[in-house]
Write a protein that binds this ligand. Structure first.
Ligand code: C5P
Length: 313
């Protein structure tokens, strides 16, 4: 073998070895290597973080707590949603009474580089029927359902677990699990009073459910300032106010590292029909909510690959 051939073989060997080292050794240990300088806020493959989304404002508290102070300006915005006639001082007294009875702070896991908080937000759309999404929903840590969204009889399509049931008095239902959080979205002072009465005495007002079966220690209250932020920042004031489902969607973006969205989308007649029933009101559309805008925003966030959106069948 002459020296020219030897040099070529030598060079080929060196190239081969460096390709191997790059591909295998560095590849295998890159996780360790990069972990040394890891600044990732969570342990998921990808984390939702503040600068990830245009409308994100993490400084808005999604939940009320005993020491939170709502501004009078926001109270005045909130009281117009369902024509509240009573004043700010009545609101404050009622909230104080609530926090004597329910946990003073929300039960929310803080972000941590060691945690991957995965969430499923499950709307009530009929597009869940026949979807077989059940197992995809059930693997998440947090599973939020909304209003009358339930699992019995629909497990294959909607899953079996619920960690958070998001409701208001007119859409309240008993929770079949003692570990599920009741999350109230209040639209008026009466809604807050309902919560005070629905637990111990069972006396309440009008056509709403007077008694609720739920764990008192897991009750959480959505902050009116969060509702306002969703309406003004996310929806740019479209519609009268955001739907419960859309508020749940934005809530998930705030308290989860990875968000999976199911059960959103009107039927072909543009009605918000449900997976468990045939629509009674064929003119329902999306009620007072800007349903089309809400859907487009979820779609857009999904296109940016910030969330996974399962659009059903
Ligand atoms: O009908 P309901 O308000 O109980 O549904 C919960 C949420 O699911 C709605 O607030 C809406 O955001 C979403 N939804 C939807 N498409 C449907 C039904 C409900 O996007 N067909």
């Amino acid at each position: 073998m002459n020296s020219k051939v030897r040099v070529i073989i030598f060079l080929l060997c060196v190239t081969g070895i460096s390709v191997f080292l790059n591909g295998h050794v560095l590849g295998r240990y890159s996780k360790y290597f990069f972990q040394l300088q890891d600044t990732s806020p969570c342990a998921c493959e990808k984390c939702l973080s503040e600068d990830d989304l245009n409308f994100f404002n993490k400084s808005v508290e999604p939940f009320l707590s005993a020491n939170y102070i709502l501004s009078e300006d926001t109270f005045n915005w909130w009281k117009r949603l369902q024509n509240e006639a009573r004043n700010f001082s009545t609101y404050k007294t009622t909230v104080d009474r609530l926090f004597q009875m329910f946990p003073p702070g929300p039960d929310v896991k803080e972000p941590s580089p060691d945690l991957c908080r995965t969430c499923a937000v499950v709307g009530n759309s009929r597009n869940l029927k026949g979807s077989h999404y059940g197992p995809l929903i059930d693997v998440n840590d947090i599973i939020m359902r909304i209003n009358f969204g339930h699992t019995k009889g629909f497990e294959a399509d909607v899953g079996t677990r619920t960690t958070h049931q998001i409701m208001y008095p007119e859409s309240a239902m008993d929770l079949d699990n003692n570990s599920t959080h009741l999350v109230l979205i209040p639209f008026k002072i009466k809604d807050l009073e309902w919560l005070l009465k629905a637990f111990p005495t069972g006396k309440s007002y009008g056509p709403v459910k007077s008694k609720i079966k739920a764990n008192k220690d897991l009750v959480m209250l959505i902050n009116p300032a969060f509702m306002r932020y969703v309406h003004e920042v996310w929806l740019e004031k479209k519609g009268k106010y955001p739907s419960t489902g859309f508020m749940a969607f934005v809530l998930a973006l705030h308290i989860c590292d990875e968000v999976h969205v199911f059960g959103f989308g009107a039927d072909k007649y543009r009605n918000w029909s449900h997976y468990w029933e045939k629509l009674k009101d064929s003119n329902l559309k999306t009620g007072p909510h800007p349903g089309t805008d809400e859907y487009r925003i979820i779609q857009k966030v999904a296109e940016q690959q910030k969330i996974k959106f399962y659009t059903g069948w």
